[in-house]
Design a protein around this ligand. Structure first.
Ligand SMILES: [Mg+2]
Length: 100
């Protein structure tokens, strides 16, 4: 056999970090979906103390944490690139010019 490496050449640690990234991205998407359906201030009946806004903030925090763990896997763009990305996105938005 030509070796035991997986075809994607990921180490187990890299694969695990990608799985964590995928999981957190899914949780962010789920939280956004709940807000779009029920609003920021809505909450699950089993936990009235946690709003959908809180859930989104938590999931985004989880996502940033995993991104920090992946620092050696790829280079995360720096702040000036964020500014350029925002400027580009604003050219194609309809409601980001002033009101909340
Ligand atoms: Mg999470």
């Amino acid at each position: 056999m030509a070796g035991s490496k997986h075809f994607n050449r990921l180490t187990p640690a890299e694969a695990e970090r990608l799985a964590m990234l995928s999981e957190e991205c899914g949780e962010v998407i789920q939280a956004v979906g709940k807000i779009l359906r029920h609003g920021y201030e809505s909450y699950h009946p089993a936990d009235p103390s946690t709003t959908n806004r809180d859930l989104l903030a938590k999931e985004l925090s989880d996502l940033v944490s995993v991104m920090q763990m992946m620092d050696g896997d790829f280079s995360i763009i720096d702040a000036k690139d964020h500014d350029a990305a925002i400027a580009k996105k604003l050219r194609y938005t309809h409601h980001q010019g002033g009101e909340a």
